[in-house]
Design a protein around this ligand. Structure first.
Ligand code: ADP
Length: 590
């Protein structure tokens, strides 16, 4: 014993704890006998370090005093490449192998660990491992921990390290448990990789969930049909809505939706499957039952059948994607047919109008011939061609002629109007001196003016020139003039002058670059406000009873306005019942 002690004292002197990073010669020889180094027979770094370590300074005592069991387990450890660690004896003195060493990190903790007392060395995790060691020591039952988080201090920080490890009891020569062997594998890298994988999977799941939500809520209808029987693998809300929310998932589509059969869809699907070519349909009519027990409804859909190709090139199904365009199609078709109907109505109205105008033209023409004959024969009688004419006969002849004249003017109105309606009036528009036209009308109305004792004033500068057809303008003026005479009481007043308002105020139907407003004002009976527009419609008279006695067809103003507009101008009225009326002709400046 004393020799050993001396030897140990010597070795203690020469064998200090190795400093971190200090090189330890692997072939170190010690001053102890072979039995002292025998457990450290390996060629690794830890074997070398164990060889030079001062075990006598620990509770294990010098190596020469180590039990057979301890020697065996230590040499087994040091020669194994699997990470192993041993606590031995009541002080739980530590020994570990090269495999275990990297677990300490690179800051030299491994140096302090060798030969240290377990409880002191692992103070930061003793709460976790202390009871486990204790349990193994007392019960002899090994533990097993897989991917267990045991944070340790290494590289200057507390590192969250995962381990898969087992604590096994190690028996001493007398059979009692005197140590705990830790066979361990650090799994931090694998656990981090697993965590990353888990995170990626969670993100992928979230992405998939979002995608399927988008897919579910998409306004377009979407479905996936698999296999030769077109089993519905997937359908979104819009698709379910289209097919009346029937139970279709997992069923062959034509079994689940028998009303779809016989409409050509199966053939198209099969062709897409066989030819691997997508089908695009536009406004395809489909009769589909959308409500239980209701008859099928006609819908129109735009859709695509796209083959779903697998990585081996086979086509396993069809992706259905489309939009219900029924409302668009129906409203477009309605609009189209409404348009066609309107066109037809317009065409037939035009045709009817043409027929009416042609009839009126023919009738007027046919009426004029016998009227002319009446006038001619009356004149011959008046001239005494058939013998002397008595005063009474002369008076009757005058009445015949007045009636003939009246009838002729009516017939002429109708003929004019018919021509206007048929668009058969030609305008010979030239620069016209306005006063010339106004003056040409005066002699024609003078007898009537005189007969009713009406005052007639004209105030138009002689140099005013307008763009007009002189004959048509004369006709308009004559018509306005005879109306003014007709609807003004005896002793009244009629005046013709130029308006002072601008052309815009006059509201000409076309906007000529410049225009002249020719006004004819009477002090007659006037026209009620609500009738002032209607009198320009054909056959409209304010007071039929009155006009019966006065005469007229109700065509004069309709013709006059048409003629004024035909010359690029317009005709309008302002009137106060009981005070009089002003008719304004607008004409482009010459
Ligand atoms: P007609 O004079 O042949 O009846 P018009 O088309 O020329 O037809 O006139 C339509 C109606 O407008 C007249 O019947 C009359 O009621 C009203 N009217 C036209 N001019 C005047 C006027 N100067 N004063 C009052 N009423 C008028």
């Amino acid at each position: 014993m004393s020799t050993i002690f001396i030897l140990l004292a010597t070795s203690e002197h020469v064998m200090q704890h190795a400093e971190p990073g200090a090189e330890i010669p692997l072939n170190t020889t010690v001053t102890e006998d072979d039995s002292a180094t025998a457990p450290f027979s390996g060629t690794g770094e830890m074997a070398a370090r164990c060889r030079v370590f001062d075990w006598a300074s620990t509770s294990l005592g010098p190596v020469s005093g180590w039990s057979h069991s301890l020697r065996t387990i230590v040499s087994t450890m040091l020669e194994s490449r699997h990470p192993m660690f041993l606590w031995w004896g009541p002080g739980l003195i530590q020994i570990f192998n090269d495999g275990y060493k990297p677990s300490f990190g690179t800051s030299g903790r491994d140096v302090a660990a060798l030969g240290a007392r377990g409880r002191e060395h692992w103070a930061e995790i003793w709460e976790i491992i202390g009871p486990q060691i204790e349990q193994v020591m007392t019960t002899g039952v090994a533990t097993w921990h897989q991917d267990h988080l045991v944070p340790i201090e290494r590289n200057g920080i507390v590192d969250n390290v995962y381990w898969t490890y087992g604590y096994s009891p190690v028996r001493d020569d007398d059979g009692s448990i005197n140590g705990v062997l830790v066979v361990v594998q650090e799994t931090t890298a694998r656990m981090h990789a697993l965590a990353e994988l888990e995170k990626a999977r969670a993100e992928a799941d979230l992405g998939r969930e979002r995608l399927s939500e988008l897919f579910r809520q998409a306004p377009a209808f979407i479905a996936v049909l698999r296999g030769q029987n077109f089993v519905v693998e997937l359908s979104n809300t819009s698709y379910d809505q289209l097919v009346g929310h029937r139970d279709i998932l997992g069923k062959p589509i034509f079994d689940a939706l028998p009303d779809l059969s016989g409409q050509g869809f199966e053939e198209i699907l099969r062709k897409v499957l066989d030819t691997r070519t997508p089908f695009v349909g536009r406004e395809i009519a489909v009769e589909i039952q959308r409500t239980r027990n209701a008859p099928p409804e006609l819908r129109y859909v735009d859709f695509v059948y796209a083959p779903i190709a697998e990585s081996d090139g086979t086509v396993s199904g069809i992706f259905v994607h489309g939009v219900d365009v029924t409302e668009q199609v129906v409203s477009r078709r309605d609009a189209e047919s409404a348009h066609a109907e309107a066109e037809e109505a317009r065409a037939s109205a035009e045709a009817a109008n043409r027929v009416k105008s042609e009839f009126l033209a023919t009738m007027s023409h046919e009426l004029r011939t016998p009227l002319n004959a009446i006038a001619g024969y009356a004149q011959l009688i008046e001239l005494g061609v058939h013998g002397p004419v008595t005063d009474a006969q002369r008076e009757s002849l005058r009445r015949i002629q007045r009636s003939e004249q009246h009838l002729l003017s009516l017939v002429n109105d109708v003929l004019n109007f018919a021509k206007l309606e048929a668009g058969r009036i030609d305008y010979d528009v030239t620069d016209v001196v306005l006063m010339d036209v106004v003056s040409s009308v005066t002699p024609m109305v003078e007898p009537q003016l005189a007969e009713k004792n009406l005052r007639y004033d004209v105030d138009i500068a002689s140099d005013v020139v307008v763009r007009a057809d002189a004959d048509k303008l004369q006709q308009v003026l004559l018509n306005l003039m005879s109306n003014a005479i007709k609807f003004t009481e005896r002793g009244g007043r009629i005046s013709v002058n130029l308006g002072t308002r601008s052309c815009d105020d006059a509201n000409a139907s076309e906007a000529p670059t410049g225009c002249v407003l020719l006004r004819m004002t009477d002090s007659g009976i006037g026209i009620p406000r609500e009738r002032q527009e209607a009198i320009f419609d054909p056959f409209v008279q304010v007071d039929r009873h009155n006009t019966h006695t006065i005469g007229g067809t109700g065509l004069g103003l309709a013709i006059s306005r048409d003629l004024a507009r035909g010359m690029g101008g317009d005709l309008r009225v302002r009137s106060v019942p009981g005070e009089g009326s002003t008719f304004t002709i607008t004409l482009p400046t010459g």
